[in-house]
Design a protein around this ligand. Structure first.
Ligand code: B12
Length: 306
């Protein structure tokens, strides 16, 4: 903490870790991802969704942007309870699916406070933020391709801002991996779908369970994905739970929702319309979910377990 800018120290006092790089690196960030896409290492459908991260631009109305600030806010694992056929199923939602806007506002407020008496403009940045966190020295890659910060593990949400703050230091650096990942294979063994492998560092995105269960419910899981592989209502926690760097973070749980027998039946039926759908979706949003992954993701977790 000593030696870091005052605003970063202010964030740290509130449990948020941050770093800053010069705006000059924006092109390098996009070039690195562009190269992955060219090599066929990034699925087309994700490129459609996140293609703008591959060619980020400072907003035209912000020519004075001088730096990119990236910040990590710790987040717990969430639980939602579903009553079904006389049993209560406590289902899991990993960190980072929820409170996106709330977190961005929280970090923005802390930055404003930390900059005082100066004031700096902050514009939310849509960037490959994991790579940015590593390139800025804030985090390191785990072999599971999730990033880690000493003391926090990997259970945090990242957010980035363009700013007109001119940093006296530029923290841009080479990508780094956690030291133990060169010999530890626990995440690889824990990954239910074989998405983490020794043939390369980058995960095989098309085999990642999260890639499959974040899609709309109308897309059925491939036949090779067995029911026992599923462990979260959306996403997956197997590689993070197995990681020794996450051992202090995995027990931080927060219960955010409870759904009665009739609500669970409605979610499993999968015919959503009108006020009823809106009402239940509003409650799901507290856990970071919407109706798009229902009924498929709920069905695989409760069916056969009653
Ligand atoms: C698209 C996306 C996904 C996709 C694709 C994931 C992927 N690996 O690309 C899917 C749906 C699969 C996904 C899953 C998950 N995601 Co996601 N995802 C994103 C999103 C929107 C963009 C990421 C992206 O485009 N990545 C491009 C890929 C190719 O980059 P990369 O994984 O960093 O690849 C690098 C490494 O392979 C590395 N590398 C390659 N070779 C080598 C060699 C060495 C030696 C080293 C050191 C590094 C290295 O360099 C590559 C880049 O050049 C970001 C949000 C954002 N704005 O960035 C969230 C984000 C990355 N996801 C996040 C999370 C939490 C997850 C999940 C853990 C959720 C879950 N619990 O299920 C999983 C983890 C999957 C995994 N093991 O990677 C968090 C990460 C937080 C963290 N602690 O790191 C983010 C930042 C969201 C957020 N705002 O917090 N995600």
């Amino acid at each position: 903490m000593m030696g870091s800018p005052k605003f970063i120290q202010h964030l740290e006092r509130h449990g948020v870790y941050a770093s800053v790089v010069s705006i000059d690196h924006l092109e390098e960030l996009s070039a690195e991802l562009g190269a992955l896409y060219e090599k066929g290492l990034y699925p087309d459908d994700l490129f459609q969704l996140y293609g703008h991260y591959f060619n980020p631009r400072v907003p035209a109305n912000f020519p004075g942007a001088r730096s990119i600030i990236v910040a990590a806010t710790p987040q717990p694992i969430l639980q939602a309870k579903f009553h079904w056929r006389g049993k209560v199923h406590g289902l899991t939602i990993p960190p980072t699916y929820f409170d996106n806007r709330k977190n961005a506002s929280f970090v923005r407020r802390l930055l404003r406070e930390g900059f005082r008496p100066q004031s700096h403009r902050l514009v939310l940045a849509k960037l490959p933020i994991k790579l940015l966190a590593v390139r800025s020295g804030l985090a390191m890659y785990g072999k599971n391709n999730v990033t880690y910060i000493p003391g926090l593990g990997s259970f945090y949400r990242l957010v980035a801002f363009y700013s007109d703050y001119q940093s006296p230091v530029d923290n841009w650096q080479e990508r780094r991996a956690l030291p133990a990942c060169s010999s530890c294979r626990l995440c690889m063994k824990a990954c239910p779908t074989g998405a983490i492998s020794d043939d390369r560092f980058q995960v095989h995105i098309d085999r990642c369970l999260t890639y499959m269960n974040e899609k709309k419910s109308s897309e059925v899981f491939p036949g090779w994905v067995s029911p026992s592989m599923h462990n979260c209502l959306v996403g997956c926690l197997r590689c993070q739970r197995a990681c020794p760097y996450d051992k202090d973070a995995v027990d931080w749980l927060e219960l955010r929702g409870e759904f009665s027998e009739s609500e669970t039946a409605y979610l499993l039926e999968g015919r959503f319309s009108g006020a009823k759908a809106k009402k239940i979706e509003a409650r799901l949003r507290r856990t970071g979910l919407d109706l798009s992954v229902f009924p498929r993701n709920l069905e695989v977790l409760v069916s056969g377990r009653d």
